[in-house]
Every structure is written in structure tokens, then in C-alpha cells.
Design a protein around this ligand. Structure first.
Ligand code: GUN
Ligand code: ZN
Length: 432
């Protein structure tokens, strides 16, 4: 199959709006797809000349064809938590989230939400996501079974939490270790699944559980780890009070050997210079969740400052559903832009597209598989329609450059702008 349309794929992070060497843009492009992979990418004339004679051609002109969008932090059991009215993170967790997640003790509920979850990812053009499941092993089983059924490249993990939460939502150091190992045995490498070691955050893990997390991290150096860090000032104070020997919040995780390149630190807003150095030295990733940070009033993530420092931090972007308020990575970057505006910084539309595609692929260490249109990559692809609504079509009349079109997609776009989502070469959105 050949997809015909306007191809856009990044080689690296763009320096500024004039940095045309940072990306490939093919006005009349062709993507040759074979066996779920991208076999060739270039001018349509060249690609069709090298393709088999009977190749099917799907014409997406005038739409843009991009790598599938990647969401590096969200909570699968929080689909029904979105929009819960709370003053701040800890109130939101205790009043709504720790109540809702208890429902995932029921495998039938988890299975139902898994179907809704992957339908929504596909609707939004998100082809890979990194999810926290609930404390229940069955929730991870439901998540990975549905991902495998749809042949999606998904990351996720059973949450480990053994204190400061209702009894119905806690495990023990031993069961959290055993269940995580069982999830790894059952799902790691099955289909396109990647299991993530998932201690929720320092507040909900005893030192004994953190020792188990450390053991898992040593046993499985290639697996990702995910947790939350420095999202909210009261959270930071509480976490540090529980680990009085730690220099700061980051040091709690460092003490257990968890800072490494495949460690994803959700939020990471309020960091001292010492913490920023510790994170950048180890290559751990700070995951920016803009809609959530605004909704919960958590703070304004210093994205440009983190990238600019002598020792830059690796950055990923994410929705953080259900603290986040939109499943759309377009809307997520719209809010990321506004946060930088409030900080007196600029985030270009080229950077936004880089972050939700290749940037997130690199942050996950998976850019050879996802996040670009480079030959050999998995054919996870999104087709974007910048005229998806009457208001967008009207504004498009005034648009003259690619960057303006991308900025319009980010500012006014959402799931309606996702004309099609391909999973491993198969159209998935039109098949919903
Ligand atoms: N910190 C610990 N758990 C959570 C969660 O579920 N959502 C957010 N936003 N922060 C957290
Ligand atoms: Zn989160």
C-alpha cells in the first residue's frame, strides 16, 4: 500500500522556525507500507515507480501525513475521573481518584474500560501511550490484552502502592513485586507490548516497597520505570517528610537506583538546581503534562529553561488523563505553548510537532520504531486535516506556511482533525 499526501517527519529537535534541515517535508509524498512497516518514504513519483504494479494507493491529499502521536504519561483507570472538581492534587487523589481506581478490582470493568481507552487513543491519533494501570494485576492484564488484540505498541504497568491510600487500593512489598513479575512474564514482548515498572510515587510506597522496586529495576535493566515527581508543593513536603534522609524528592528515587535513561518522571515541575543536575546526569526523562498542571493548579513547567541549561534535561510530553483534561496531543501542545507564554518563553509549532512524535519516541528510547516516517519504522501513522471544522477551514484561507498550518492544528484542532490513524499499516480510525 502507498499512502499519498503531504509527509512531515522530524530528524531532530528544530532550533527555530527557520530550521528546515530538522525535518523532512514532502509536498506530494508517498509512504510505501509493507508488512506493517514503512518500506520507503519520499516523493510520490519515486515511491510509486519502485512499488509493485498492483500496489493499492490511498490518496490523503491535501492532508498531512505524520508519525502516530505518542502520549508518555496517562492513567488508564482514570477515564471516568476527568473533570473532577478539586482544589489541588492531594485532594483530587483522595476524593476521586483513589475511589474510582478501586473499581478495577473487577476484571469485567477493566476489560470494558480497556476497549473504550484504545478506541479513544485511535480517535485522537495516539498510536503509542505509556499508561499507569491500577494496583490490581487484572487491570494490567486487561490493558495489555486489548493492546495486543489491536496490535498497538503500548507501554504500561501495574501500579505499586502500599500506603497512604485506601486498603482496597494497596498491595504489599511482596505482592507488588510478585504481581509485577507476573505481568512481565505474561506480557513483555507479547505482541508489541512493553511492561513498565510503576511505583505510583514516594508518598504511596514504603521504603520496603521501594526496595522491591529497586530489585525489579536491577533485574530488568531494559524495562522502563515510571513514577511521579515534584508535581505540587504540598506533595513535595509530604514525600520529603516520609523519607527524611533524602536530600530532596529526586534523591528518594536516586537512593533506590531508579534514575536512568528509561526512567519517566511525571510532572517534575518544582526542581532545585541540584535535582535538575541529578536528573540530567542520569538521562532520566521529565514528562511535561500541561493540561493536568493547569487543571490541578500544580505549576508552570519550565520546559525551555530545562532544555536550555548547560546540562539539558530530556523532556517528554503527555496528557496525564485523568488529571489532564484532553486526550488530544494537539490540545496538550496548545496548553504547553500557553504555559511557556506565561513564563515569557516561546514554543514553536515545529517544536510542538517534534515533541509529540520523534521527541517522545526518543524520550522512550524507541525512535527506531515509532515517532518518525523513516524506512524500517513501524507504520503507526496519523493523517491530519487542518480544515476539519468550519472555523479551521476559514482560518486555513489565511494560512500561507507549513508552520502556520501546524500552529492552527495545535490551536483549534482536536480529534476532529484526525482524518485517519494507521496501526502497523492498517487503517484503525475509520474501522472503529
Ligand atoms: N501523583 C500520584 N498519583 C497521581 C495521579 O494519578 N495523577 C497525578 N496527576 N499525579 C499523581
Ligand atoms: Zn500521572
Amino acid at each position: 500500500m502507498i499512502l499519498r499526501g503531504r509527509l512531515l517527519s522530524f530528524h531532530r529537535r528544530p532550533e527555530d522556525l527557520s530550521d528546515m534541515a530538522s525535518y523532512l517535508y514532502e509536498e506530494d509524498g508517498g509512504l510505501l507500507i509493507e508488512g506493517g512497516r514503512i518500506a520507503a518514504c519520499g516523493a510520490f513519483g519515486d515511491i510509486s515507480a519502485q512499488a509493485p504494479k498492483d500496489v493499492a494507493i490511498v490518496d490523503h491529499r491535501p492532508h498531512l501525513i505524520l508519525p502516530g502521536l505518542i502520549d508518555t504519561h496517562l492513567h488508564f483507570p482514570q477515564m471516568q475521573v476527568i473533570g473532577s472538581y478539586a482544589a489541588n492534587l492531594l485532594e483530587w487523589l483522595n476524593t476521586y481518584t483513589f475511589v474510582e481506581e478501586q473499581r478495577f478490582v473487577d476484571p469485567a470493568h477493566a476489560a470494558r474500560i480497556a476497549v473504550a481507552f484504545f478506541d479513544e487513543m485511535i480517535r485522537q491519533g495516539t498510536t503509542t501511550s505509556v499508561a499507569y494501570c491500577s494496583v490490581h494485576k487484572a487491570s494490567a492484564d486487561a490493558y495489555f490484552a486489548e493492546a495486543e488484540r489491536r496490535n498497538m505498541l503500548m507501554l504500561g504497568g501495574k501500579v505499586m502502592m502500599d500506603r497512604n491510600a485506601p486498603d482496597a487500593l494497596t498491595d504489599t512489598p511482596q505482592t507488588s513485586y510478585d504481581d509485577t513479575k507476573a505481568v512481565i512474564a505474561a506480557w513483555q514482548g507479547k505482541g508489541r507490548n512493553h511492561v513498565v515498572i510503576s511505583p505510583r510515587f514516594a508518598i504511596t510506597s514504603t521504603p520496603e516497597q521501594m526496595e522491591m522496586v529497586a530489585a525489579l529495576a536491577r533485574e530488568f535493566p531494559d524495562l522502563h520505570i515510571q513514577t511521579h515527581l515534584s508535581e505540587n508543593l504540598a506533595e513535595i513536603e509530604f514525600a520529603c517528610s516520609l523519607y527524611p534522609q533524602a536530600k530532596d524528592y529526586t534523591d528518594i528515587y536516586a537512593h533506590y537506583g531508579l534514575l536512568r535513561p528509561n526512567m519517566l518522571l511525571g510532572h517534575a515541575i518544582h526542581l532545585s538546581e541540584r535535582e535538575r543536575d541529578a536528573i540530567s546526569e542520569t538521562g532520566a526523562v521529565a514528562v511535561h503534562c500541561p493540561t493536568s498542571n493547569l487543571f490541578l493548579g500544580s505549576g508552570l513547567f519550565p520546559l525551555k529553561e530545562f532544555e536550555r541549561r548547560d546540562r539539558p534535561m530530556r523532556i517528554a510530553v503527555a496528557t496525564d488523563i485523568g488529571g489532564g483534561t484532553s486526550y488530544s496531543m494537539l490540545k496538550t501542545m496548545d496548553e504547553a505553548y500557553k504555559i511557556q507564554q506565561l513564563r515569557g518563553e516561546r514554543l514553536t509549532p515545529l517544536e510542538s510537532v517534534f515533541h509529540m512524535t520523534r521527541g517522545n519516541g526518543e524520550a522512550l528510547g524507541l525512535a527506531d520504531r515509532i515517532g518518525t516516517l523513516e524506512p524500517g519504522s513501524d507504520a503507526d501513522i496519523v493523517v491530519l486535516d487542518a480544515r476539519a471544522t468550519p472555523a479551521m477551514a476559514l482560518k486555513m484561507e489565511a494560512v500561507t506556511t507549513l508552520a502556520e498550518e501546524l500552529f492552527l492544528l495545535q490551536t483549534l484542532g482536536d480529534d476532529r482533525a484526525i482524518a485517519e490513524t494507521y496501526i502497523a499499516g492498517r487503517p484503525a480510525k475509520s474501522a472503529l
